[in-house]
Ligand binder design. Structure first.
Ligand SMILES: Cc1cc2nc3c(=O)[nH]c(=O)nc-3n(C[C@H](O)[C@H](O)[C@H](O)COP(=O)(O)OP(=O)(O)OC[C@H]3O[C@@H](n4cnc5c(N)ncnc54)[C@H](O)[C@@H]3O)c2cc1C
Length: 421
């Protein structure tokens, strides 16, 4: 039976970062990373790929080149967890045992979470940067005007700002293609605000008004009819709010189809699909079994340690942390997890509780423009002093666009995944 001192599930942003930091601190550690994927993707740049300003191939690297020296890569899929016996079972039938487990398998896209989504996706103008940003690019470039509808999911998703970033870039693109005057851009969200951290709202509202984007609040997508090219929403507002839309246009052709359902015809539709924890996590003893976090990995929100199994940690998208699921969040979670594991190995308590929910969303608001939203638990603004001392990150800035397009990808491949940032 294979055994490793530290087993890491997932060689994505979180798995590689944790492995690299552990081995940097102590190269004698016995670290195994379990992940079947031969590719590693820099997903934050998929927004730019969809908007035709970044090459998809530059978002991919061979996984084998990223596994840190000294770590063993087990190229298998984890099927199930058995933390009572400190073991995980793999899809080749092996059972691997460990002393410490780091759970970082990311998030699962649930194509069956919306009626008609599986059949509609990837053709006929139905696209998603979460699934195939190259098809988003093709859809935007071929758009001839009409209703361009962008939706936000009703589940937790990775990078909650991504559904609106691509919309702002699309709005710029439609202008340069000369189809903007024949286009209605609609942002339909089940939420009641465009963005949860109030300091960044004025800049985003400026962009929305600049493009005359219709925003529909309390609109939860329920069905796509790809034959009729109609998308259906349930209105989730419980009060009699008249204020469920801004920049409302009559020309969208919205149909009321039931007591609380509407349908809108689309000429293109961009989705953030429903997302959840991977099934093997939902079915495992480390998942929350009730409440709003059901299915997500249960952790102390400051130390990322599982409360029932002290030798198990979870971080990244899979973890039930009340903050935005981003790579930027992983960057602040990883050193805390690493420190706690090293403390346990040294025989002391895992008492590093330093993670305060930091996450950041580089809100691209157009070509050459970006607002850098950084925040922590409770949606409280939290800024990296290095940047905010010199730049007002609540305003659209060209310098922040350069950060997104050039500096962050460089940092990711050369510093973060090497355990240096
Ligand atoms: C369109 C888009 C835009 C984004 N924009 C930003 C942004 O601007 N800024 C930002 O910080 N973040 C952004 N993100 C989010 C960011 O990419 C994720 O939050 C981050 O990658 C999470 O890291 P992770 O390690 O938890 O998951 P991932 O990096 O997704 O890695 C998960 C890994 O686990 C593996 N795995 C899955 N199941 C198993 C299994 N059963 N057994 C073994 N291995 C398994 C997978 O193969 C994968 O390699 C964006 C994401 C998308 C899709």
């Amino acid at each position: 039976m294979p055994h490793h001192q530290i087993a890491i599930i997932g060689a994505g942003t979180a798995g590689i970062t944790v492995a690299a930091q552990l081995l940097k601190k102590d190269k004698k550690l016995d670290v195994a990373i379990i992940d079947p994927s031969t590719d590693h993707w820099y997903q934050p740049a998929w927004t730019l790929v969809g908007a035709d300003t970044f090459d998809m191939e530059k978002t991919r690297r061979d996984q084998k080149d990223l596994i840190p020296d000294g770590a063993k890569w087990i190229q298998q899929r984890v099927q199930s967890l058995d933390p009572d016996n400190n073991s995980v079972s793999l899809n080749n039938g092996d059972v691997l045992t460990y002393e410490y487990l780091v759970v970082a398998p990311g998030i699962q896209i649930d194509l069956d979470g919306i009626e008609g989504l599986r059949e509609a996706m990837g053709k006929g103008g139905v696209c998603s940067n979460y699934i195939d940003p190259e098809y988003t690019r093709e859809t935007l470039k071929n758009f001839k005007g009409g209703n361009a509808i962008f939706t936000q999911a009703a589940t937790p998703i990775k990078c909650g700002g991504a559904p609106q970033k691509i919309m702002y870039l699309a709005a710029d693109m439609f202008k340069s293609m000369g189809v903007d005057s024949d286009t209605n851009i609609v942002f339909a969200t089940p939420g009641s605000v465009v963005f949860g951290v109030k300091e960044f709202l004025p800049a985003l509202m400026n962009v929305i008004n600049r493009h005359g984007i219709t925003v529909k609040f309390f609109h939860k997508i329920t069905k796509i009819d790809s034959v009729e090219k109609k998308v259906y929403f349930t209105i989730t507002a419980t009060d009699d709010s008249n204020c469920i839309a801004i920049n409302e246009k009559q020309s969208i052709g919205e149909e009321v189809t039931g007591q609380a359902t509407v349908a809108i015809k689309y000429d293109m539709l961009h989705l953030a699909p429903p997302q959840s924890a991977p099934d093997f996590i939902k079915q495992s003893p480390i998942a929350h079994i009730e409440g709003p976090n059901t299915g997500w990995a249960n952790v102390n929100i400051h130390s990322m340690q599982n409360p029932d199994y002290p030798n198990v940690f979870a971080l990244g998208d899979v973890a039930a942390l009340p903050t935005a699921k981003t790579g930027a969040a992983v960057r602040k979670q990883a050193p805390v997890v690493v420190d706690n594991i090293l403390k346990l190995i040294a025989g002391s308590k895992a008492d590093n509780q330093a993670y305060q929910g930091y996450s950041s969303c580089p809100l691209v608001t157009g070509y050459g423009k970006m607002v850098l939203a950084e925040f922590g638990y409770g949606n409280k603004r939290m800024s990296d002093p290095l940047i905010s001392t010199f730049v007002d990150t609540t305003k659209e800035k060209y310098s922040m666009w350069l950060l997104k397009k050039y500096a962050l990808p460089y940092m990711y491949w050369n510093l973060m995944l090497k355990g240096k940032a």
